[in-house]
Design a binder for this molecule. Structure first.
Ligand code: ADP
Ligand code: MG
Length: 324
C-alpha cells in the first residue's frame, strides 16, 4: 500500500461531514468556513512513542487519546470543536494497527461532531501530532489570565487517577484487577470536558485543563492573572482508588502528575450560585479561592500549610531523558 492508498482507505472515509468544510482531505489545503463573529481557537498536541505512550499501547486508545488531549484544550478555552488535522509518522504500514487507531479516534470525533480535514503522513518513529480548531465568541473565551481575588477555584471530575494507573503500569504500585480497570481508563481514554467548558462561558473568569498536574496548571492561571490562591487538601476530589493511593504514598499523584484532563477554573462570587447549579455528569468541586497575595498556599486537613516536595510535570525540567 502506498501513501495515497493509505490516506484514502483510513483517513478520507470518516464519520463526520460538516457543512462548514468546503474542501476536506484530498486537495493541497482544506478550505474551511468559520462562523462570522466568532474567534477561531487553535491548538496542537504531539504524542511521541516512549515519551507519551508505551510502545505496546492499544492503538484504539491511542487514537482516542491523541484527539482527546486536543479537544481538552478547546474545552479549557470554552470553545466548540469543529475540525482537526492529523500529522502522523509511522515506522511501517500495519493495517490492523491503523484500523484500530482510526476506530478510537473517529469514535470520539463523531461524539463531538469534529471533522478530520487534512494532515500529513510520513515514515518515521511512531509519533502523532493533532491540531484541532474550534469556535468561541470573543467576549466569552475562557482565558488563563482572567482570575481575580475573591474568585472560587473549581475542578471537574476527580484528580490523580491517571497517575495511579501509570504507577501500576510502571510496577511501582500494585492495584487489584478491578481497581486498575477503573483508573486505566482515565489514563488511556481521557474524557475531554467539552460540555462543561461550553457551560462555563460567561460564568468562569479563567480556566485551564489539567494536563501536567493541578499545582503546575493552577500555577499558570495564577502567573497569567498575577494573583495567588489558597487550596484545601480535604476538598480535592479523589476517587476511592486514588484516595487509597494518597493515604499510602502521599499527594504527588493527585497534585503533580499529568494526564488528568479535568478543567480547573475560577468563578467570581456573583456567579457561584449559577455554577453550583450546573449538573456536570463528572461532578464539580470547589477546592479553594483566588487571593490577591501571589503564591499558592496549600492548607492540609489540620489547617496547617502544606509544603509539597514536588511540582508538576515538565518535559525539560531535568537533563535525564524522560521515560514515560
Ligand atoms: P501535499 O503533498 O500537497 O501536502 P499530501 O499528498 O501530503 O499533500 O496529502 C494529500 C491529502 O491527504 C491532503 O489533503 C492532506 O491534507 C491529506 N492527508 C495526508 N495525510 C493525512 C493524514 N494523516 N490525515 C488526514 N489527512 C491527511
Ligand atoms: Mg504532504
Amino acid at each position: 500500500m502506498n501513501e495515497f492508498e493509505l490516506i484514502r482507505r483510513y483517513f478520507a472515509c470518516q464519520p463526520v461531514a460538516r457543512a462548514d468544510v468546503v474542501a476536506g482531505i484530498g486537495d493541497d489545503c482544506a478550505l474551511l468556513s468559520p462562523p462570522a463573529g466568532q474567534l477561531l481557537a487553535v491548538t496542537s498536541d504531539l504524542l511521541v512513542e516512549g515519551v507519551h505512550f508505551f510502545p505496546d499501547v492499544d492503538p484504539a486508545s491511542l487514537g482516542h487519546k491523541a484527539l482527546a488531549v486536543n479537544l481538552s484544550d478547546l474545552a479549557a478555552m470554552g470553545a466548540e470543536p469543529a475540525w482537526f488535522m492529523l500529522n502522523l509518522t509511522l515506522p511501517a504500514i500495519d493495517e490492523s494497527w491503523l484500523a484500530a487507531f482510526c476506530r478510537g479516534m473517529f469514535m470520539l470525533a463523531r461524539e463531538h461532531n469534529v471533522q478530520l480535514v487534512g494532515g500529513d503522513t510520513a515514515r518515521g518513529p511512531l509519533a502523532i501530532g493533532i491540531e484541532a480548531q474550534g469556535f468561541v465568541p470573543a467576549t466569552t473565551a475562557l482565558r488563563r489570565s482572567g482570575a481575580k481575588a475573591g474568585d472560587r477555584i473549581y475542578v471537574t471530575g476527580t484528580l490523580g487517577d491517571a497517575a495511579v494507573a501509570l504507577q501500576h503500569r510502571l510496577g511501582k504500585q500494585r492495584l487489584s484487577e478491578s481497581d486498575f480497570t477503573v483508573v486505566a481508563d482515565r489514563l488511556d481514554r481521557p474524557t475531554p470536558r467539552l460540555r462543561e467548558g461550553l457551560a462555563l462561558r460567561g460564568l468562569a473568569h479563567a480556566a485551564i485543563d489539567i494536563s501536567d498536574g493541578l499545582l503546575a496548571d493552577l500555577g499558570h492561571i495564577l502567573a497569567m492573572s498575577q494573583t495567588g490562591a489558597r487550596v484545601y487538601l480535604d476538598k480535592i476530589p479523589l476517587s476511592a482508588v486514588c484516595r487509597a493511593h494518597v493515604d499510602k504514598f502521599g499527594w504527588e499523584a493527585a497534585l503533580a502528575t499529568g494526564d488528568d484532563y479535568e478543567l480547573c477554573f475560577t468563578v467570581p462570587p456573583q456567579n457561584v450560585a449559577t455554577v453550583e447549579k450546573l449538573t456536570f455528569a463528572c461532578g464539580l468541586h470547589c477546592i479553594g479561592e483566588i487571593e490577591a497575595e501571589t503564591g499558592l498556599r496549600i492548607v492540609d486537613t489540620s489547617g496547617q500549610f502544606y509544603q509539597p516536595a514536588f511540582s508538576g510535570h515538565d518535559h525539560f525540567s531535568s537533563l535525564v531523558k524522560q521515560s514515560i
